[in-house]
Design a protein around this ligand. Structure first.
Ligand SMILES: [Zn+2]
Length: 177
């Protein structure tokens, strides 16, 4: 096999927009456009380029999946620990009781915790416990906004998917207790 077969030249056209963008980016990275393009392919093939997440929901789903995997690992550790300690595998009934509990507890403490306190009809930040009360409809609207602002200013994040769902669905039905 000759040099050319082992080291083929790839060629393709880029439209005006992508070409312009490529030139800008390669200039920023202080590389000739061709080298810059090749570095992107190299990074991709090395697994160093991560596809951009589609939207907040995709990010949220990934977090939840990660949380589930973590819970499952905890569960396996527990199962192994049991085997080590008692020299016998956990009984089927113990497994049945433990497994769902572990996963539910783990999820509730994180993403699935609702910021709405139904008993007191108020909002509470799931991270720091800050409270948001209202008396009138106007205050209610204002407090929902304040709550969102609080997450941005204090916790440096937007509403999570589950928080957004709660806030969007929450309608005024009287004053907080
Ligand atoms: Zn907070």
């Amino acid at each position: 096999m000759g040099y050319n077969e082992r080291n083929p030249i790839f060629s393709f056209r880029l439209g005006e927009y992508r070409h312009g963008k490529l030139l800008k980016l390669s200039k920023l990275n202080k590389m000739p456009a061709n080298d810059y393009l090749r570095s992107i392919v190299d990074q991709y093939l090395a697994g160093d380029l991560i596809p951009k997440a589609k939207d907040d929901l995709a990010v949220e789903m990934t977090k939840l999946k990660l949380e589930k995997i973590k819970a499952e690992i905890e569960y396996l550790k527990l199962k192994n620990k049991y085997l080590e300690t008692f020299g016998a595998p956990m009984s089927n009934s113990a497994t049945r009781i433990l497994k769902p509990q572990l996963i539910t507890t783990n999820q509730q403490t994180t993403e699935l915790k609702s910021p709405y306190d139904e008993i007191n009809n108020r909002l509470q930040c799931v991270e720091c416990g800050s409270l948001y009360h209202w008396q009138t409809r106007d205050e209610f609207v204002q407090q929902k906004y304040e709550f969102e602002l609080h997450l941005t200013n204090k916790h440096n994040r937007a509403l999570s998917y589950s928080e957004k769902t709660v806030i969007d669905d929450l309608t005024f039905h009287g004053a907080s207790k």
